[in-house]
Design a protein around this ligand. Structure first.
Ligand code: NAP
Length: 236
């Protein structure tokens, strides 16, 4: 089959590696990072131009199956994928679950996370596209980690840390302690939870931004389950 994976995540790369020998695989990346980790199979980069653009691309490339393996917060791309006429599977890793000792506050949006801060030292890991929401908070000090540099508007008292995972619990603990962080703000992305384990061990409060709802389409939590779902599709 000809499979288009909407990527930008570890799971998308895992799936491409798993099925590249069985199917013709194209992974699509948004093009936000300048040196992305490339998956197995073919790769294309950049937006499609909304639902019409994606529908045109699917027809041109004779794509049989679409796998939406984007980040849980890539809401627009997921909504576009769910509106396509070809069979579509969502590959979404599970969100995080609190353990004893966690001090978590769940909020519905980046704006709500910002509204719950007053004078803390904050570790922000919500991505450079969200940093503007914290711009007016002059009472707080921020350490913001992102893969690419953020753009203004940004908080006045801010240190930027350009880095990309995987991160270790020890490394995260050093970072939190070294910057005397009071609060970690993160999206409920799921996956590696090193920063949450480090926060728990240091008694650091966590503000967790809830995921947007899943579009109406079949969904699986792992690359292996996605590969199995593809195998069980009737031949095209
Ligand atoms: P978004 O807001 O849902 O997408 C905005 C637009 O970017 C889409 O409408 C689409 O443009 C284009 N786009 C997004 N993902 C694409 C893909 N895989 N291939 C081609 N075009 C894509 O998404 P986002 O939050 O900006 O995320 C962009 C990418 O970064 C995604 O691939 C996602 O997996 C990854 N990522 C996002 C986050 C996050 O927190 N949001 C974190 C880590 C990685 P057109 O309408 O023109 O097709």
């Amino acid at each position: 089959m000809r499979v288009l994976i909407l990527g930008g995540t570890t799971e998308a790369r895992e799936l491409a590696a798993l099925i590249a020998g069985e199917h013709h695989v194209i992974t699509s990346l948004a093009g936000r990072t300048s040196a992305p980790r490339l998956p197995a199979g073919a790769v294309r980069v950049g937006g499609f131009g909304g639902p019409e653009g994606l529908a045109r691309y699917l027809a041109e490339q004779r794509v049989d199956v679409l796998v939406d393996a984007t980040h849980p917060f890539a809401e627009r791309m997921s909504a576009t994928a769910a509106a396509m006429a070809v069979p579509t599977l969502i590959l979404r890793r599970p969100g995080w679950v609190a353990s004893p000792g966690d001090d978590w506050q769940r909020v519905a949006s980046v704006e709500e996370a910002a509204a719950s801060l007053t004078r803390e030292r904050v570790f922000l890991t919500t991505g450079r596209q969200t940093i503007h929401a914290f711009a007016g908070l002059d009472g707080c000090w921020f350490l913001a980690r992102s893969v690419e540099p953020p753009a203004p508007p940004m908080p006045r008292r801010l240190e930027i840390l350009l880095d990309r995972g995987p991160f270790t619990v020890d490394g995260e603990r050093r970072l939190l302690a070294g910057h005397r962080i009071d609060v970690l703000v993160t999206k409920d992305s799921g996956g590696s939870d090193a920063k949450l384990t480090a926060a728990r061990s240091l008694g650091v409060r966590v503000i967790l931004i809830d995921r947007p709802p899943l579009p109406a389409a079949p969904a699986v939590p792992t690359a292996e389950a996605a590969a199995e779902w593809l195998r069980q599709l009737p031949p095209r």
